[in-house]
Ligand binder design. Sequence first.
Ligand code: GDP
Ligand code: IMO
Ligand code: MG
Length: 451
Amino acid sequence: MTVTIVGSQLGDEGKGGVVDLYGDAVDVVVRYQGGDNAGHTVVHGEETYKLSLIPSGAVRGKVGVLGNGCVVNPETLFEELDALAERGLDPDVRVAERAHVIMPYHRVLDGIEEDAKEGLAAGTTKRGIGPTYEDKAGRRGIRIGDLLDPDTLRERLEYVVPQKRALAEEVFGVETDERFDVGSLYETYREYGERLEGMTVDCGTYLADRIDDGDEVMLEGAQGTSIDIDHGIYPYVTSSNPTAGGACVGSGLGPTVVGDGEVIGVVKAYLSRVGTGPLPTELGGVKGQTPGYDPAGTPAEQEELATYIRDEGGEYGTVTGRPRRVGWLDVPMLRHAARTSGFTGLAVNHLDVLAGLPEVRVGHAYELDGERRLTMPPTTERWGECEAVLRTFEGWPDVDWAEVAAEGYGAIPENARAYLEYLEEELGAPVYAVGVGPGRDETVVVENPLE
Ligand code: GDP
Ligand code: IMO
Ligand code: MG
């Protein structure tokens, strides 16, 4: 059977932790989209693992597959494998031959295109994700399989690299270097091809065979529904489909196979956002990210709440240390996510972060043009015009969360349970797990889909 893990919001909901939580009974963990723009955290005991490309199941020694829907930077792949090896892990990682390769010029172009976009910039991770998916759709991409075939690799490079060089130099006026040089790229990527030998798979066939053999497969989504290229807040999105449909296309398993399993929506109990664009339930703001942010015009109470949640939740960029934007839960956003992916269960994380607040609010609905609506409008501009209609819940106390996790669902403070039950009702899916801290043991497990 399969279990698909999908982010319900804007990424960083705690997907890595959920993959790890249920990972014991799983044999294979597959990433089906995205690349090293992701950052998934697995905390076990004293050890914290941050993985950007390798599936989170690696921490438990499971086979990890980078599916055909992924964009793979071989440099990151081998760096991550080496870093894990230094920590005593030797994960068995397979890479789909149909997956596309992030080339050095993609990273350069991601940077210069973002700078040129100004107001429309998504605040990308500059890992070359967008430009690589563009080339995939433009049928000029280089795939993992091409790295194993020197003649094809050279042919592809000779076609595409001059175009990229012209784009950088003539459109953007940027000087180019060896990252736009056919000979140099050929040498480096041939070497990656040699290192990849023995690791590559025909993803769909490989997974179908494993399922036929009775293995359990977990499909690990990266990013989240509201930054999905089709269903998210375009253009402030990533360039792939984190939603459950992406799990089929990006792995080669059919929709009936994925749909026959479970689809777990991962929800952070509040909202956090890296990047630009509107955010109707935002509290306070962050300069450079919140559109039109004016600290002087924002109520002090909102700023205090934002700072509290940001500090309690550690909502600061892992690399840059920049504060993330935070807000109350946006329930229309979650209804949209539940429908788009067909959630069969929910994992609600970070309940501990909100503990101690006298009241917890959620954006239950929006008001738009004087009318109330329960789901997101399809354009981001209209979404930006939505006013959140808030609903207030009584707060819950800060308690010994490890003890709560050990005792089970009934030990969760009553007001927090009311919050969870409201979400179950609104999203039409039961809560399977509740995160009350970052560690594997700081999770209340209500249901294990694999048992
Ligand atoms: P992902 O990208 O969805 O895998 O999430 P990230 O790993 O980027 O971000 C989630 C962060 O929150 C990580 O630092 C986790 O260790 C942490 N985390 C996950 N679940 C919980 C939780 O229930 N409570 C708290 N306090 N932290 C959590
Ligand atoms: P995980 O898997 C949060 C955001 C970027 C930017 C937009 C486009 O850890 O949840 P990209 O580099 O993908 O072209 O950037 O998407 N973004 C994420 N935000 N979590 C992520 O991944 C993200 N991956 C991309 O900040 O706004
Ligand atoms: Mg993350």
